[in-house]
Design a protein around this ligand. Structure first.
Ligand SMILES: *[C@@H]1O[C@H](CO)[C@@H](O)[C@H](O)[C@H]1NC(C)=O
Length: 145
């Protein structure tokens, strides 16, 4: 019994390290956004987008579209694949796969601003999940935080 439990515990540790995921909760995401000075009215929508894009998984990688991190930032435009910084956010995509999402937040602010500069308003339109899932009232995403 004890041996079985030990084996299970070891497997759980190995598997969780292999899959490298950290699932944040909605209030951790909201606090990170507030700490970076993101405008109050935008915060619930960013939390909604993080849920819709990655279910709050800071290590999420979409291997079809090559989007990275909790906000699924695109390597086509915004981050350079691998470890070298580059593209629109001057970041390596791997640097977006961290427990600390502050660089992700800097990058999504830039994506937002550049999307608006191209006449697409609000800048959330850069995320395909925004219109179907996050364009309504998102207040509940920060309720109780
Ligand atoms: C990109 O970031 C690197 C450091 O990560 C810096 O050395 C470089 O000057 C930056 N390039 C631009 C265009 O901002």
């Amino acid at each position: 019994m004890l041996i079985k439990a030990t084996i299970v515990a070891v497997l759980v540790v190995i598997l969780s390290e292999l899959s490298e995921s950290k699932i944040m909760d909605k209030c951790e995401v909201a606090r990170a956004l507030w700490q970076k000075g993101v405008p109050d009215w935008e915060v619930p929508t960013w939390v909604c987008i993080a849920n819709a894009e990655s279910r709050f998984d800071t290590y999420a990688v979409n291997r079809n579209t090559w989007d990275y991190g909790i906000f699924q930032i695109s390597s086509l435009w915004w981050c350079q694949s691998g470890d070298t910084p580059g593209k629109g956010c001057n970041l390596s995509c791997n640097s977006l796969l961290h427990d600390d999402i502050s660089t992700d937040i800097d990058c999504v602010r830039k994506v937002y601003a550049e999307t608006e500069a191209m006449g697409q308003r609000p800048g959330f339109k850069a995320w395909t999940t925004w219109q179907p899932h996050c364009s309504g009232d998102n207040w509940h995403w920060v309720q109780g935080c």
